[in-house]
Design a protein around this ligand. Structure first.
Ligand SMILES: Nc1nc2c(ncn2[C@@H]2O[C@H](COP(=O)(O)OP(=O)(O)OP(=O)(O)O)[C@@H](O)[C@H]2O)c(=O)[nH]1
Length: 309
C-alpha cells in the first residue's frame, strides 16, 4: 500500500490550523503543523519527514506566506513539494503573485472542506507522478536494480556517510562481471541471456544487506557497495561467488551454469575526498586482473595501496 502523503500546514492562527488540519486528516493524509514560517523551514529541512504538500497561509508576522513560498522554492528537493497558498485576501493580483513565486494552487479562506480535499488530491497526484518518474529514472528496467546513474548517486551518499563517521570504518566498492556472457546469448539466445541477468541480480541482491547498494552498471556488469573491512569482504565475496556458480540457471528446457569475476576496492575514511570515479576505476582494474588470471574469482585491494602502485 502507498505511504500516506505528508502534508504540512503553516498558519499562525491556531484555530485555522486546526480546521485545515482536520480536512487533511479527512483526506487520509498525514498532518504536520507549523505555527510560523521558521518552524516550517525547520520541518522541511528535517531529512526524516519531508513534507510533500505544503499549505501556506499568506498573512503571517515576520515572514509572510509569499516569502516562505519563495524560500521553499530556493531549496533543493528530490521530490518538489506541492504548495497551496491560502488567503482571505483574494484579489486577482495576489493570486497571480502567489503562482508567480512558485505556489501550485491558491485558495480562499474560509476553506471549503470538500473542495480543499479535492485540491489536496490534485497535489497528491502530482507528487505521485514525480515519484514514478524518479523511480523510472533510477531503475534498470530488466532487473529492477538501481541503474548506473542511481548507483553513482548512492555511492556518493555512502561515501559522505563514511567521511562523517566517528569510528574508523571501511567501505567496499565492487565491480563484478558475468564470465563469457556473450556465449550465453550466442548459444541460447537473448531471452536466456536476459533470464540469467535477472537471476544473477537476485543472487547478488540477496548477498548484501538491504541498506547496501546493488546496481546494474552496464550490460552484464554490476556495481556493489557495502560496509566491510578487508577480512570481512573476502568472506562476503566468496559467498557471493558461490551463490552465482552453484545452482544452475534455467529457462524452459535449458539449464546452464556460469561464473562471475569481482574486483573490489576497500575505501578508508582518509580516501573519501577522492572522486567516486577513481574508486570505480580501481575496482575495474582489479576486475580485469581477475579476468586475465582465468575468471571465477575476486581480487581485493585497498585504495591507498592501488594509488601507490
Ligand atoms: N541478453 C542480454 N545481453 C546483453 C544485455 N546487455 C548487454 N548484453 C550482451 O552482453 C555481452 C557482453 O559481452 P562481452 O563484453 O564480450 O563479455 P563476456 O562475453 O562476458 O566476456 P568476459 O567479460 O571477458 O568474460 C554482449 O554480447 C552484449 O550484447 C542485455 O540486457 N541482455
Amino acid at each position: 500500500m502507498d505511504k500516506k502523503m505528508q502534508v504540512l500546514v503553516v498558519d499562525d492562527n491556531e484555530i485555522d490550523c486546526l480546521t485545515t488540519g482536520s480536512f487533511v486528516e479527512k483526506a487520509n493524509m498525514n498532518l504536520l503543523v507549523a505555527n510560523d514560517p521558521y518552524s516550517a523551514l525547520e520541518i522541511i529541512a528535517n531529512q526524516e519527514i519531508t513534507p510533500e504538500i505544503i499549505v501556506v497561509d499568506w498573512i503571517m508576522p515576520k515572514m509572510n506566506g509569499l516569502e516562505l513560498c519563495q524560500k521553499i522554492r530556493e531549496l533543493k528537493f528530490t521530490i518538489t513539494p506541492y504548495i497551496i497558498m491560502v488567503t482571505s485576501n483574494s484579489l486577482g493580483e495576489n493570486e497571480q503573485n502567489a503562482l508567480d513565486v512558485g505556489a501550485d494552487d491558491f485558495i480562499e479562506k474560509p476553506i471549503h472542506g470538500a473542495i480543499f480535499i479535492s485540491r489536496l488530491r490534485v497535489g497528491a497526484r502530482i507528487i505521485n507522478l514525480q515519484k514514478k518518474l524518479l523511480s523510472l529514472a533510477h531503475t534498470d528496467e530488466l532487473t529492477g536494480l538501481l541503474n548506473r546513474r542511481a548507483a553513482i548517486d548512492a555511492c556518493k551518499t555512502h561515501l559522505s556517510r563514511l567521511a562523517r563517521t566517528e569510528v574508523p570504518l571501511s567501505h567496499c566498492l565492487i565491480i563484478s562481471d558475468i564470465d563469457f556472457f556473450k556465449k550465453i546469448n550466442d548459444t541460447y539466445g537473448h531471452e536466456m541471456g536476459d533470464r540469467v541477468l535477472v537471476d544473477v541480480s537476485k543472487r547478488l541482491r540477496n548477498s548484501l544487506r538491504p541498506f547496501e547498494t546493488v546496481a546494474r552498471f552496464g550490460g552484464e556488469e554490476f556495481l556493489l557497495y557495502c560496509e566491510a573491512n578487508e577480512k570481512e569482504i573476502k568472506l562476503i565475496l566468496e559467498r557471493m561467488r558461490k551463490a552465482i556458480c552453484t545452482d544452475p540457471y534455467t529457462l524452459n528446457d535449458v539449464s546452464l551454469n556460469l561464473t562471475m569475476s569481482f574486483g573490489c576496492v576497500v575505501i578508508k575514511q582518509n580516501d573519501t575526498h577522492h572522486d567516486i570515479n577513481e574508486f570505480i576505476k580501481t575496482a575495474d582494474s582489479l576486475l580485469y586482473e581477475v579476468k586475465n588470471a582465468g575468471r571465477d574469482n575476486f581480487k581485493v585491494a585497498t585504495f591507498a595501496s592501488m594509488k601507490n602502485d
